[in-house]
Design a protein around this ligand. Structure first.
Ligand SMILES: Nc1ncnc2c1ncn2[C@@H]1O[C@H](COP(=O)(O)OP(=O)(O)OP(=O)(O)O)[C@@H](O)[C@H]1O
Ligand SMILES: [Mg+2]
Length: 680
């Protein structure tokens, strides 16, 4: 173990003094102009910066339902080990990035509020958090550097711009185009071109005016009082990143957005319209150069909403007592589906719709993505001392996704089959094109249903509700999910509750099928026995197709091919009597082709035959293993030994632990026992 001193020196070794110096760069305005000449991208506006930031993580194209799509790695949250990773939602994220891209290019989207719209718990806040974190990180990196200005006073101390604005605003309007021409001179037209837009904020304008007076209008002398420094965006330090959450509706105050008079300083400066007696610390001021997030934006009082729309359209805000002030920030709001619908009948909605870019953020509808959401929180690293039985998270996720899917119009397709198609499973008779059509026939899919948050809560409950169990199993979670429905605040009708219960039934049935299959396969996972059975089958098929007899290994005599044996295997995979000849010939051709290449046949390479053999072996062994005796609780030593073999295969091949393997064996035994009595 390290001692305190060693730990400290470890930290010291990791520090990079050069980096510290770069991040804390400070210089004169002239020196800043050199920085801009060197790297014009330091002057990018907030939209350009955020778009470049996202791209800096890389992107790849992929095909979905035959459409070309782009995946932005940024949303995997790689620098935080996937902590805030967003899964699925490829289309929404692509639309968001496209909006930022066109805003960065100045095509008009920069004048809109980006509105993330979706049901509760669809990761809207997560997306906003990712963007904020991304901007913070980017501003620390060399490629994401940005700068602001401050004013030296006679004592030598510097008063920094309260809105962290771009130092180039100091350049008077009349000579801007000339200066810009110089800054961009000799630059490749494809390179980033410096632009200057926006004027000094009231505080800097005051400082500027004061000095212009003092130096009798000599701009170069004014500039000598200016200092420039690098800024690092940080939500914690309230630099370049703001968040606004409306409190109750009567209690909203514009000062939270645009700053407030500092009453203590009025005495010092003599007037409430002196910018030095004003705190430019509203969220809009703070978020300048970066991003402002409006949580539940539609709860904002309508008067402020118009301010907000103005802020996005004009890029200006109006602090009390001061003129319109330029801002440079990305404005992102989010809203829930119910809230949005409530407002839909309101006239105000018209105005809003016109000035926002609405990006739907639905729930995930692909099972494998939904599973990832829960695995992030409930994996072995996060949940110590509790094992999750296989399929626990999968079943919870399956239910969540089912609640979000719309019934397919094609009556022969069940909801569960649709879920599987969406999840990439191929079903006979369904093409990629059909799946695309399935998606297109829906009207509001993914916008309704159960939120991941509900499922997360119930998994957490299940983890603590059974202190004596070493592992949680799907039933524990499904039962929690069911009992929670009674009190679920967002389920407003008995009908809906009933439907969600029904879907839990669908999931339980699917789970039964899955574990039945696993236990069957574990019972049949006897490689030697399978090989023997396969050899036997092939010998018979060979004789059958060549109209020969088979040598009986026991008696040494030649017998007719064993039709009963062959059929008992083929029936397991639903090969009708009329197709058996084709099937047998296919197998023989396959083996023949292999032997020409000098290869021998391995039953595992033929998926259908493999399955058929397993099922046959299972049938033969079921009775000797006497699994159903688990139900009656009297297990003799011989049976126990056989069951233990099956158990160890469940543990080895399917990820069970001792306890969950026992549970699942008893459960499947009870299903078989039920089936046996049914057969009787
Ligand atoms: N597509 C997804 N990928 C990853 N995590 C997700 C996804 N959808 C939801 N989550 C998870 O669900 C939880 C809720 O997400 P978040 O708080 O971002 O939702 P929200 O849309 O802001 O909800 P609300 O409307 O209630 O504010 C988080 O734990 C989040 O990680
Ligand atoms: Mg949220």
């Amino acid at each position: 173990m390290m001692r305190g001193q060693e730990i400290c020196s470890l930290v010291a070794e990791r520090q990079d003094p050069n980096r510290f110096r770069r991040e804390n760069w400070e210089g004169s305005f002239q020196e800043y102009l050199d920085v801009v000449r060197e790297n014009p991208r330091v002057t990018r506006n907030a939209f350009e910066r955020i778009y470049d930031m996202i791209l800096s993580y890389g992107a790849e194209t992929y095909d979905e339902s035959r459409e070309n799509r782009t995946h932005y790695r940024f949303f995997e949250d790689p620098l935080d080990g996937g902590l805030d990773a967003v899964y699925g939602l490829g289309l929404s994220l692509e639309l968001l990035v496209n909006a930022l891209k066109s805003a960065a290019r100045g095509y008009g989207i920069e004048k809109r509020v980006l509105l993330l719209h979706g049901p509760v718990g669809s990761s809207k806040s997560t997306v906003a958090r990712l963007l904020k974190k991304g901007l913070e990180r980017y501003s620390i990196s060399d490629e994401g550097a940005l700068y602001t200005l401050g004013w030296k006073d006679d004592s030598g101390s510097v008063h920094w711009c309260p809105m962290n604005e771009e130092p180039l605003h100091l350049i008077p309007a009349e000579i801007r185009s000339q200066v810009v021409g110089q800054l961009n001179a000799d630059r490749d037209p494809d390179d980033y071109q410096v632009k200057i837009s926006g004027e000094l904020d009231p505080f800097c304008r005051f400082m500027y005016g004061e000095r212009l007076q003092k130096y009798s209008g000599d701009w170069t002398r004014v500039i000598e009082d200016v200092r420039v420094k690098r800024i690092l965006l940080s939500e914690q330090d309230r630099v370049g990143i703001g968040t606004f959450q409306p409190k109750d509706e009567k209690n909203q105050d514009s000062t939270e957005l645009t700053g407030d008079i500092n009453y203590r300083k009025i005495a010092e400066f003599g007037s409430d319209s002196d910018p030095r007696a004003f705190n430019f610390d509203g969220e809009f001021n703070v978020a300048n150069r970066g991003l402002i997030e409006f949580i539940e934006v539609l709860k904002l009082d309508v008067a402020f909403l118009y301010d907000l729309l103005g802020a996005s359209q004009e890029h200006k805000v109006k602090p009390k007592k001061f003129a319109q002030t330029d801002i440079d920030e990305v404005i992102i709001g989010h809203t829930n589906e119910p809230e949005y619908r409530r407002l839909q009948s309101n006239d105000f909605m018209e105005a809003l719709r016109d000035r926002t870019v609405k990006i739907d953020v639905p729930y995930v509808t692909k099972l494998s993505d939904e599973i990832k959401i829960y695995e992030k929180d409930y994996n072995g690293d996060r949940v110590k001392g509790k094992h999750s039985a296989p399929h626990t998270i999968e079943m919870a996720a399956m239910w969540a996704v089912l609640t979000r899917l719309e019934e397919p119009k094609n009556a022969s397709l069940t909801l569960l089959q649709k879920l599987k198609l969406y999840n990439g499973k191929s079903l006979p008779g369904f093409t990629e094109e059909n799946i695309k059509e399935l998606r297109e026939e829906t009207t509001n899919e993914g916008m309704l249903g159960i939120s991941p948050r509900y499922v997360q809560d119930k998994i957490s409950n299940a983890l603590v509700a059974h202190p004596s169990a070493n592992s949680i199993n799907p039933f524990m979670v499904l039962n929690e999910l069911e009992s929670g429905l009674k009190h679920h605040s967002l389920i407003n009708s008995e009908e809906l509750r009933g439907r969600y219960r029904e879907l839990l039934g669908v999931v339980k049935e699917e789970y039964e099928n899955i574990v039945k299959n696993e236990v069957q396969r574990a019972i049949a996972a006897d490689d030697d026995a399978l090989k023997r059975l396969c050899g036997n089958y092939i010998d018979n098929v060979k004789a059958y197709t060549q109209h020969e007899k088979v040598k009986n290994k026991f008696t040494g005599q030649y017998d007719e091919p064993d039709e009963r044996l062959m059929r008992s295997i083929e029936e397991k995979i639903d090969i009708p009597d009329s197709r058996k000849d084709d099937f047998r010939r296919e197998i023989m051709n396959y083996i023949g082709a292999l032997s020409i290449d000098g290869k021998t046949f391995d039953y595992k390479t033929n998926e259908r035959l493999y399955k058929a053999l397993e099922l046959k072996l299972f049938e033969d062994q079921k009775d000797t293993i006497k699994l159903t005796s688990l139900v009656s609780n009297v297990v003799d030593a011989d049976t126990q030994a056989k069951i233990d073999v099956v158990k160890s295969r469940l543990i080895r091949d399917y990820g069970y632990d001792e306890e969950s393997a026992n549970d699942v064996l008893s459960f499947v035994a009870s299903i078989f026992a039920r089936g046996d009595t049914k057969d009787d």
